[in-house]
Design a protein. Sequence first.
Length: 387
Amino acid sequence: MAVITEINDLKRIYERRVPRMFYDYTESGSWTEQTFRENTSDFDQLRLRQRVAVDMTGRSTAGKMIGQDVTMPVALAPVGLTGMQHADGEIKAAKAAEEFGVPFTLSTMSICSIEAVAEKTTKPFWFQLYTMKDEDFVRRLIERAKAAKCSALVITLDLQILGQRHKDLKNGLSAPPKLTAKTIANLATKWTWGLQMLGTKNRGFGNIVGHVDGISDAADLGAWTAEQFDPALDWGKIAKIKEMWGGKVILKGILDAEDAKMALKVGADAIIVSNHGGRQLDGAMSSIKMLPSILDAVGDQIEVHLDSGIRSGQDVLKALAMGASGTYIGRAFVYGLGAMGQAGVTRALEVIHKELDVSMALCGKRVISELDQDVLLVPKDFSGDWR
Ligand SMILES: Cc1cc2nc3c(=O)[nH]c(=O)nc-3n(C[C@H](O)[C@H](O)[C@H](O)COP(=O)(O)O)c2cc1C
């Protein structure tokens, strides 16, 4: 067994084990991928302040996200098609998160359904909602999430229309994969993945197939999805969905202070500063660079979380020190899942936890609540002088 010391180790194994179309689906951003790249490279511009002779005994990374206790403020982000990265992927990831003590967020576009994940887990998870034109379907989806005792609704706002990722079009991405000469040739080299997939019934979009009239196969579903995301979503509709849900609401995809103020107005419990991991508006700024202006606008009135670009515990530390009160990992846990299933997600969380803990200690901090900009060296022009 390979010695896994960093997230990149998991990524290398992931690339070997999972069919190319699903690796490419994860490892791409929209159009030129500028935002995708800068999400990670902008973290590198922030440097850490080494401090010494501070008693570092009794350290803890524990904290809270929307009032829930967490082992560290790092949730698993909603990732569509997770069950194509590894058989029963959503169940495996949810179990790893539950055991580790961090929140798991199930995507609307998951392979395993809300009910299937609820059946195999013991703690409430969060459900991510894509708003669809079919309001009745959205209502039923919300009822299903309630029935499954999901403890937060994460409403994604930055995907009313799909950003173009070139590789997905070239690969003919579908779930399950369509059997063309190219996919068959690639699948032949991924036999462990294939055998595991044969062992599960969860191979289509579990929240959708069987829950919408006229949808029985994946080909129909692809067309239906493209047609169904709601381009007319606005703050009024968000307020209605919040009321329908009646529980904690997190608004995901906020990248601008003005939108953060609107999120506050509709009464969200938290926002996620996010550009969807660079998969939507290419050319948008990285999340970490937009964080300061959003914190200035609403930081003292609402929980501000961040995702996009986090690949290490040091990135988590930087986001928290900049002022975020929670973070999410998308690709970092998918690498682990594709590489080694549930154990791989656990390993990804362990790696990030250790990096966070050791970095905190070397910065002279013992608990999450002590983290502030004191820990960082931020270049003067970090967020830039844009107009
Ligand atoms: C393969 C993939 C699929 C995703 N699917 C969804 C989704 O279904 N719903 C959603 O709100 N965000 C989705 N996202 C965005 C993630 O929730 C998150 O914002 C992003 O992954 C964070 O960036 P990171 O991957 O650099 O950590 C997806 C991201 C990836 C990489």
